[in-house]
Design a protein around this ligand. Structure first.
Ligand code: NAD
Length: 385
């Protein structure tokens, strides 16, 4: 079976779906790996590195696609690319199944089986495949570095002959994977850090990293679902959170927001009024920009200025650290692919509790009920749909 890796074409993308170290593992599983020439260059891997790992290199993109049993991608292929794949072939990557379900219509009509890494269940068995966590880790780290280099101050407390320099203050909203990594990174750089989340469990994690947890009285309402994700809150509960955030934002130098509710628009946590109350020179880095943003003034991938406060909403920070982001992602994909490869052949077991739930389209049908609900196609009956 042929696993194909192409050069990612999306603007600003520097990651590659599989790195040479993973290719060795896939070759050991008796798969052939075909890589488009220069696919790894932006992630500091040459064609020679891939060849030494056992891959074959080609610059004929269309030919590679026609040979693919599995196409491993970072970003969802374009319509044109989907049409070049054979019916029955498999595509795996960040496919945005819930944000942009119509982008997978070409997979339905082309009879292509798609697996979205966003849908890989967060169960213990699938931890090594958790690409969302890998990319959130990179983004949370990078957000702090951007914040630190942007503000007109230093991060740590310094006692110098010229007097004391007070530490920077960092506020992190949303203490999931990205938020906790941001808190840990800001602490390492010496900032005084506060964290906020609606899930009570996040409080202990924030404190264990040496940050202060901002508690808001939400009247004991349910804030998380059975899977450990936050649920959408009432407007009244949201307003209590917003008031607390606005109060703490006044003294913050770097405000990093990471709050998400799966399948919904990102919650609005930082109002225009809260931004107006912030110090000149402070910066907001909104990591929820791709789902609408946590700050009322954020514009995805744009720089917004308001009274000396800068608001950034980068949507693909993981691509700005392409070596480690690709390494982590490549390991995630390889763990997942090892579930699909038996004796060097592609074998899809839809009853598997990781494979089934991650599948979006299979044999010309949408097999995920949430995605199907958003598309004008009938949903297939599957064990996990
Ligand atoms: P996410 O990206 O969906 O959201 C980020 C954070 O935003 C979450 O902590 C969420 O509680 C918070 N949030 C949502 N609405 C909010 C609001 N109105 N105000 C403040 N904060 C709000 O989350 P994630 O980082 O993907 O992780 C979510 C959960 O899943 C966490 O409990 C995490 O520990 C858990 N998790 C488990 C595994 C695993 O077991 N394999 C892997 C990764 C994450």
């Amino acid at each position: 079976m042929n696993i194909v890796v192409l050069r990612e074409k999306q603007k600003g993308e520097a990651r590659v779906a599989l790195m040479p170290e993973s290719i060795k593992k896939l070759v050991a599983l008796k798969a052939s790996v075909l890589v488009e020439s220069d696919a790894g260059l932006a992630a500091a891997r040459t064609d020679q590195d891939f060849e030494e790992a056992g891959a074959k290199i080609s610059s004929d993109r269309d030919h590679l696609m026609s040979q693919a049993d599995v196409l491993a991608v970072v970003n969802r292929p374009s319509s044109d690319d989907f049409r070049k794949l054979r019916s029955g072939s498999v595509v795996i990557g960040f496919l945005r199944p819930l944000d942009e379900p119509t982008g997978l219509m070409d997979a339905v009509t082309g009879g292509i089986t798609t697996f979205a890494v966003e849908l890989i269940p967060r169960i213990t068995r699938a931890q090594a495949m958790d690409a969302l966590s890998s990319m959130a880790t990179v983004a949370g780290y990078k957000a702090v570095l951007i914040g630190a280099s942007h503000i007109p101050r230093m991060f740590p407390l310094l006692m110098t002959a010229a007097g004391t320099v007070p530490p920077a203050r960092v506020l992190v909203l949303g203490a999931g994977v990205a938020g906790l990594q941001a808190i840990a990174t800001a602490r390492r750089l010496g900032a005084v850090v506060e964290g906020y989340d609606v899930r009570a469990a996040a409080g202990e994690q924030v404190k264990s990293l040496g940050a202060t947890f901002l508690e808001v009285d939400l009247g004991g309402i349910k804030t998380e679902d059975a899977g450990g994700y936050a649920v959408e809150l009432s407007e009244e509960a949201m307003n209590r959170g917003r008031a607390l955030i606005a109060e703490h934002a006044r003294t913050t130098d770097v405000l990093i927001t990471t709050a998400q509710v799966p399948g919904r628009r990102a919650p609005l946590l930082v109002t225009e009024e809260a931004v107006n109350g912030m110090k000149r020179g402070s910066v907001i880095i909104d990591l929820a920009g791709s789902t609408g943003g946590n700050c009322a003034l954020s514009k995805a991938d744009e720089v917004v200025e308001r009274n000396g406060v800068t608001i950034l909403a980068p949507t693909n920070l993981a691509a700005s650290i392409p070596v480690h982001a690709s390494q982590l992602y490549s390991r995630n994909l390889t763990s997942f692919l090892s579930l699909l490869i038996k004796d060097g052949q592609l074998q899809i077991d839809m009853n598997d509790d990781v494979v089934g739930p991650s599948c979006v389209t299979h044999q010309g049908e949408v097999v995920n009920k949430r995605v199907a609900a958003a598309l004008p196609v009938p949903v297939a009956e599957t064990p996990h749909g």
